[in-house]
Design a protein around this ligand. Structure first.
Ligand SMILES: [Zn+2]
Length: 211
């Protein structure tokens, strides 16, 4: 029992430069984390954070290349903006369209949504638009366009990322890891949190008193 207190916290954030070599998925934990190994030890990858990073980078790249993919709704959905949302809408409609939203302002504060960005649940078009407009409303109307575009990508990625608990087949785990490694910042989600934690073999040995 005396030894319990001497065990350090040994799960650590992973430095970008030490992430990427020989990663092998081992399995899944609690439906939300991929357990993997690399040359240094054990890795815990947060599925949702990793997927957010992948989607964020993809949306940013498509927006920059003006090649955003849209999915057309079978029936255009109408949406009534609040006065605050309507004010934001007029300022950001161009940015939203560059991400694949197809929208038309009807009479008053009513908007028709004809298409939404690819990868997003089409059935949630209204709530998605509402959420994005609310996010952008937080006193940031005068932000530079570049900041606005980044905020939209962040909102889209958060929305489209896989939900916390979902069972992944082995191939899907590998796909997620490989895709994550190709992003601009594989060790952080677009909100700045870690996508991966490591339990190193050295720390494990040390805490089992093998050193
Ligand atoms: Zn995040």
């Amino acid at each position: 029992l005396r030894h319990l207190s001497s065990v350090d916290s040994i799960v650590r954030e992973v430095a970008a430069e030490s992430f990427g070599a020989s990663i092998r998925p081992l399995g899944q934990l609690a439906g939300g984390y991929i357990l993997a190994s690399d040359e240094e030890g054990l890795l815990l990858i947060d599925q949702r954070a990793a997927h957010e990073r992948i989607l964020f980078d993809r949306y940013r790249a498509q927006e920059a290349a003006r090649s955003a993919e849209s999915q057309h709704l079978l029936m255009p959905e109408t949406f009534d903006l609040t006065p605050a949302q309507a004010a934001v809408f007029d300022q950001v409609v161009g940015e939203l369209e560059s991400y694949g939203f197809g929208m038309m302002r009807l009479s008053g504060r009513t908007v028709a949504i004809r298409s939404v960005p690819a990868d997003l649940p089409a059935g949630e078009a209204r709530s998605m638009l509402s959420e994005i407009l609310n996010t952008l409303d937080a006193g940031r109307r005068t932000e530079a366009r570049a900041v606005l575009r980044e905020q939209i990508a962040l909102a889209l990625a958060s929305r489209a990322a896989i939900k916390l608990r979902v069972t992944l087949a082995r191939e899907k785990m590998s796909w997620l890891i490989e895709s994550l490694l190709k992003t601009s910042s594989p060790t952080t989600c677009p909100h700045g949190g870690p996508t991966v934690l490591r339990l190193s073999a050295r720390d494990i040995e040390k805490n089992f008193h093998h050193s």
